[in-house]
Design a protein around this ligand. Structure first.
Ligand SMILES: [Zn+2]
Length: 209
C-alpha cells in the first residue's frame, strides 16, 4: 500500500468495475473538492453499508434490510406473492437484475449467479452459485411451482460459455420437462444487460428460445 493517502485512495477506486487509474485519481480529487459535510455523510454511508444492506437468501441480490416488507431473510421481490413463481430468471449480477426489474417487462422471480464462467476455467461447476442454483431449482420443483428457467446473460464469449455450462448443469431437469430458455439475441454482441433499455429487454424476453 502506498504511504501517500491520495495514492492509497486511488488504489481503492481502481479496484471498482470499469475504473482505470486516471478515473480513480479524478475521484480522489473530486472528494477533495467536496465539502467536509459531504465526505462525512459518504463515510457514514460506507460504514453502514454492511449492516443496512443484506443479501437475500433466495435470489442472492443485495437489498435494504431496514424496510417494512422484510420477512425472514428474503428480499421484497422474493416475498412478493404477486410475482410469477413459475418463471426463474438467471442473471449475472445485481445491476442486471435491477435493469430488468425497472424495465417492467418481467414479473417472474430471479436468481443472481454472481459472475460469468471464464472459458479456460478447469472446474466450472464449483464456480459461482451453481450449487445454490441447484438447491433453488430442486426446492422450487418440489413445490411444483417452477415451469421455466430463463437465462439472461451478457452477449459475449464468457456469457455464451456460461450458458453452455448452465445447460449441462440443468440437463437432468430439462430432460424431465423443465423449460430452459435463453434471452433472444435482439441484444447485440457485447451488450451488457445493465445498460439495455426497456424496449431492448422486452424484445429479448419475447424472443427467448
Ligand atoms: Zn430475493
Amino acid at each position: 500500500m502506498p504511504d501517500n493517502i491520495v495514492d492509497r485512495l486511488v488504489e481503492i477506486f481502481r479496484r471498482f468495475p470499469g475504473i482505470g487509474p486516471r478515473q480513480a485519481r479524478r475521484f480522489v480529487y473530486h472528494l477533495l473538492h467536496e465539502g467536509r459535510g459531504s465526505i462525512d455523510r459518504f463515510v457514514a454511508d460506507l460504514r453502514a453499508l454492511h449492516t443496512a444492506v443484506t443479501q437475500c437468501e433466495q435470489c442472492f441480490r443485495f437489498y435494504s434490510a431496514n424496510t417494512n416488507y422484510r420477512s425472514g431473510h428474503t428480499c421484497d421481490l422474493c416475498s412478493d406473492s404477486s410475482r410469477d413463481n413459475s418463471l426463474l430468471m438467471i442473471v449475472e449480477k445485481d445491476a442486471d437484475l435491477e435493469a430488468i426489474r425497472q424495465s417492467g417487462t418481467y414479473q417472474g422471480s430471479f436468481f443472481v449467479l454472481g459472475g460469468l464462467i471464464p472459458i479456460l476455467e478447469k472446474d466450472p461447476r464449483s464456480k459461482l452459485r451453481l450449487p445454490e442454483l441447484n438447491a433453488t431449482i430442486t426446492k422450487r420443483l418440489s413445490e411444483k411451482s417452477l415451469v421455466e428457467v430463463i437465462v439472461a446473460l451478457a452477449v459475449n464469449p464468457e456469457g455464451d460459455h456460461t450458458i453452455e455450462i448452465l445447460k449441462q448443469t440443468l440437463e437432468p431437469w430439462t430432460k424431465k420437462g423443465l423449460r430452459l430458455t435463453v434471452l433472444g439475441r435482439g441484444l447485440s454482441t457485447g451488450t451488457e444487460l445493465e445498460y439495455s433499455d426497456a424496449d431492448t429487454i422486452k424484445n429479448a424476453l419475447e424472443n427467448r428460445s
